[in-house]
Design a protein around this ligand. Structure first.
Ligand code: AMP
Length: 540
């Protein structure tokens, strides 16, 4: 016997319809690319998203066509999220931090028909123009007053384009499993791979991260610094439309001062970013002696949150949520929040627990698989390959022939992790970054986190280098705080007791800057290349 409830396809257009009706007066604020702060309401955003859909139809875009965006977090990018997916096309967010040749490769692989881009990227787009094989129309996300003169005829102005419609447009009735958006992984090895989200996976993910134990948006104001060009900005553009929280978008402004100004002036309660951004904000707070009022919650994800960072923000009275995810899982998999047992632990213990990446959301099944293929116990100690399964985890990469899953439908994340008896997962490493010393594994992430607590160290990364006796040993690479000089003994002494003795790095070296990937993570491939000939102090 079947249930007797309605079929109501989970479509992205329904989110913006809902926001228009129920949160019509709530603001979306943007620190713009051009200069100045723009503000309007969800109701205005909804009308403009429909005007955009009309414009896309005029440009000949059909259901399933890919439409590229190369843009910061702005209200126009927000409209693109809804206008493109809502009319049945696929919103392909390109990551401007990729190498130019990779941007062209990705646009060609996706066969993007139109490319919407921010003013910032005009030189890049002009440089790549001849390499884009399928893009017919380029649309600059600006108004006529900011349009440069003498551009080719296929360069259009966004505001003029959407002005051609009246917003009187009915979203098409799509299948909830139709493709909605596309995002490529950063591809540290080989070509980037496309992850093609559906309307259903997007809406389910957005609903799952609303809960108080995850983003807890409710009536708050959010500043999602996580870029909209990377894994749907953790789904905030969709989640926000469900709950109707005020959204503050930072455009191309990522420095500590700009972020702090937005928090204060727009009265932000919740903000999210990768650790690199938070280092900038903490530096700014240290320099200026400012506080973070009225911030309540701060999400850290994309890379491990070091202990000192969690403590530093909590000392400001801000609740830190450590999150883990990946492009392939839409992207959120786990969120760090207390449960009814751990919430009673002493604060120090809770902060320690927050170094773990959190518990799986409903909709993200997890397991740890060890070398012999068996499943590891959830004891917080046994680590192995982390596998996931669920309705917003991919099953196959875009245009790939083979499934990305094993025969039981599990996706191997490429991360190595433990899960404890309370269900808190902790990432030990990327499988390819784990250091194998004398047959035992050393977690580069744990070592990095510990090192980041040293007063002289601004950034830390650990890589494995070949060693005659142990096969591989850890090399600690640091960026020093301004004015500090490298004192290896002091660092080793500091690490002693914080990590197992046999984990202590065999050497410590400095670099002026950490090489960062397109998504703001330390590029260990770059470091391995730089230090490929590094000799251990005890080697001749
Ligand atoms: P991406 O698909 O570019 O977002 O990268 C996903 C990868 O980033 C994951 O597979 C992890 O290796 C890493 N990652 C994401 N969040 C965290 C976190 N909180 N701690 C440690 N690693 C993380």
């Amino acid at each position: 016997m079947q249930g007797l409830m309605q079929d109501w396809p989970l479509l992205i257009s329904r989110l913006i319809d809902h926001a228009e009706r129920f949160h019509s007066q709530v603001e979306i604020v943007t620190e713009t690319v051009e200069a100045g702060r723009h503000r309007y309401t969800y109701a205005e955003c909804a009308v403009r998203s429909r005007k955009l859909a009309q414009a896309l139809e005029r440009l000949g875009i059909k259901k399933g066509d890919r439409v590229g965006t190369l843009a910061w977090n702005t209200y126009r990018h927000f409209e693109l999220y809804y206008g493109i997916s809502g009319m049945g096309a696929v919103c392909h967010t390109l990551n401007p931090r990729l190498f130019p040749k990779d941007i062209a490769w990705v646009a060609n692989h996706a066969e993007d028909q139109v490319l919407f881009f921010d003013l910032t990227f005009l030189p890049l787009v002009r440089e790549l123009e001849e390499h884009f094989k399928t893009v017919k129309t380029f649309v600059m996300l600006t108004d006529q007053s900011n349009m440069p003169k003498s551009l080719p005829a296929n360069y259009l102005c966004y505001e003029d384009l959407i002005d051609g419609g009246d917003g009187n447009y009915a979203w098409p009735a799509l299948d909830e499993n139709d493709a909605a958006s596309l995002c490529y992984t950063s591809g540290t090895t080989g070509n980037p791979k496309g992850v093609l989200y559906s309307h259903r996976s997007t809406v389910l993910h957005a609903m799952a991260v609303i809960v108080p134990d995850a983003f807890n948006l409710s009536t708050r104001t959010i500043l999602p610094i996580i870029p909209m060009f990377h894994a749907n900005a953790w789904g905030y553009p969709y989640t926000a439309a469900i709950v109707g929280c005020k959204i503050v978008l930072n455009g191309p402004h990522f420095d500590g001062k700009s972020i702090h100004t937005l928090i204060k002036e727009e009265q932000v309660h919740i903000t999210t970013a990768v650790p690199t951004i938070w280092l900038g904000l903490l530096d700014y707070l240290k320099e200026t002696g400012q506080d973070l009022e009225p911030l309540e919650g701060l999400g850290i994800g994309g890379a491990a949150a070091p202990a000192f960072m969690i403590k530093a923000f909590e000392d400001f009275g801000v609740n830190v949520h450590h999150a883990w995810g990946m492009t392939e899982i839409s992207p959120v998999g786990t969120m760090g929040s207390m449960n009814s047992i751990t919430a009673r632990w002493p604060l120090e213990e809770q902060q320690k627990l927050k170094q773990k990446q959190g518990r799986g959301l409903f909709g993200v099944e997890m397991k740890i698989v060890v070398a012999d293929g068996s499943e590891a116990p959830w004891d917080g100690k046994t680590f192995g390959a982390l596998y996931v399964r669920g309705p917003w985890t991919l099953k196959r990469y875009y245009r790939a022939n083979d499934s990305a899953l094993d025969e039981d439908g599990w996706f191997d994340t490429g991360d190595v992790a433990t899960i404890d008896e309370f269900g808190y997962m902790q990432i030990t490493d990327r499988a390819k970054d784990v250091i194998k010393s004398g047959g035992e594994w050393i977690s580069s992430i744990d070592l990095e986190n510990a090192a980041m607590g040293h007063k002289d160290i601004a950034r830390a990364a650990v890589i494995g280098r070949p060693h005659k006796k142990w096969r591989e040993r850890p090399l600690l690479i640091v960026v020093l705080e301004e004015g500090a000089v490298l004192d290896k003994d002091s660092i080793l002494k500091f690490l002693t007791g914080k990590v197992a003795k046999w984990w202590l790095p065999n050497d410590i070296v400095t670099v002026d800057e950490m090489p960062l990937s397109g998504t703001g993570k330390v590029k260990k491939t770059g470091l391995r290349e730089t230090f490929k000939d590094h000799k251990w102090p005890d080697e001749s």
